[in-house]
Design a protein around this ligand. Structure first.
Ligand SMILES: [Zn+2]
Length: 408
């Protein structure tokens, strides 16, 4: 009788636990889909961000071009300023010469007029007297010629001065024309510069706006990334509850077959997720790291090894969702190995797997916890172990980082 009661009680407890597990699993899958929605939004935002950044750098380049054009115009304007100043000096000098020529002309004209007046006056008062006062006819003739020659010389001198004055004036006019031309050129260059400045201002405004956009988008990305971290934490907690529930189920139904006793050790521990979003690549019973980034000899290893006793043939799991980029077998070295590219930008490498145990091909999409290979000792290996690497880019040993920083 007692036995029956215990049996019923046992069934009820197991059923309740199963229901709980199902409920947790359902909420976990909701969280995961929310997380992947967020990831999609993050990817979109990143695309948008790189568009904005490209636009910004293009505009900045345009501004630099405008700057160099403006600088070019400004140096041309400076040159023109120098030339204009030079012309102004020349114009002043020629004005001085012109004034001098004018003054000399005026002076000589005045003297000539005075002489003429004197002659006329003497003529007027007594032309006859002038002639009669001469001592001789010869005297008279020479006086007459003297007067005529004087008048002639005066006229020639005045003509010469006038020509000189005109030449100076022409030279001055030419200088003034040159200066006017340069002034025009300067004005048009100045207005071109002003237009370029306006354009530059517009571009600067554009850059400022793009920088604002950039900040906004980056804030969105940060927010979504933060949200996903919270979701990761929630998933981790939920999966820990599932694992705990499974463990309890296992122990309460412990009288079962030997095969079921080995089962938990053979499955991925989805409840234990690192901040990088990775789980352990081997079952919990074998997840002890037996060799770190350096061998005991001090030589660089660049990976961690999982080499606990009994690990041979145990499943190897993808530590996170991703895409297989290499799944192959090489002689020596890694033996059977797989590289997966994850959505967070990291790459993981799994080496020395058993022959014939690789279950994924290059290009396959894998999900976290999916079995991809079994632990073996192919390639350069002295015993069954998983050699596990994390890389920041796929093809270079120098891009290997310490997996301990990314594993739970
Ligand atoms: Zn190794």
């Amino acid at each position: 009788m007692k036995k029956v009661v215990f049996k019923i009680l046992g069934i009820v407890i197991v059923a309740t636990m199963l229901l709980q597990t199902v409920a947790i699993a359902a909420s976990t899958s909701e969280l995961k889909s929310e997380k992947s929605d967020n990831q999609e939004k993050i990817n979109d935002a990143k695309d948008e961000l790189s568009d904005v950044q490209e636009q910004k750098s293009n505009t900045q380049e345009e501004i630099n071009n405008l700057d160099s054009q403006i600088a070019d115009y400004e140096s041309q304007i400076n040159e023109l300023d120098t030339k204009i100043a030079d012309l102004n000096t020349q114009i002043e000098e020629s004005q001085k010469k012109l004034d001098e020529a004018q003054a000399q002309y005026d002076e000589n004209k005045k003297l000539a007029e005075e002489r003429l007046v004197t002659m006329q006056e003497s003529g007027d008062t007594s032309y006859l007297d002038f002639i009669l006062s001469s001592d001789s006819v010869t005297d008279l003739i020479s006086s007459y010629y003297l007067a005529t020659e004087l008048a002639q010389a005066d006229t020639e001198l005045l003509d010469g001065l006038e020509e000189e004055r005109q030449a100076v004036e022409e030279a001055k006019t030419e200088l003034e024309n040159n200066k006017a031309e340069l002034d025009n050129s300067r004005t048009s260059k100045e207005s071109a510069t002003a237009q370029l400045q306006v354009l530059k201002e517009e571009k600067n405004t554009e850059v400022a706006k793009l920088s604002e956009d950039e900040k906004t988008i980056q804030a969105q990305i940060d927010e979504l990334t933060e949200a996903n971290k919270t979701i990761d934490q929630q998933i981790k907690e939920a999966e820990a509850r599932i694992a705990a529930a499974n463990k309890n189920n296992g122990s309460s139904g412990g009288s079962g077959s030997g095969a079921s006793a080995g089962a938990p050790s053979g499955s991925a521990n989805l409840g234990n997720v690192s901040s990088s979003g990775f789980i352990m690549p081997v079952p919990a019973a074998y997840d002890t790291i037996t060799t770190g980034m350096y061998y005991s000899s001090g030589a660089y290893h660049g990976a961690v090894d999982f080499g606990s006793g009994g690990i041979n043939g145990q499943p190897i799991f993808a530590v996170a969702d991703g895409t297989v980029i290499i799944s192959t077998r090489v002689r020596g070295s890694y033996g059977n190995y797989i590289i997966i590219r994850h959505d967070n930008g990291l790459y993981t490498l799994y080496a020395h797997g058993q022959d014939g145990s690789r279950t994924v091909e290059s290009g396959d999409r894998v999900s976290q916890g999916q079995q991809i290979m079994r632990v073996g000792s192919t390639g350069n290996s002295t015993g069954p172990h998983l050699h596990f690497e994390v890389r920041t880019s796929p093809g270079n040993y120098s891009n290997r980082v310490n997996p301990r920083n990314h594993l739970p």
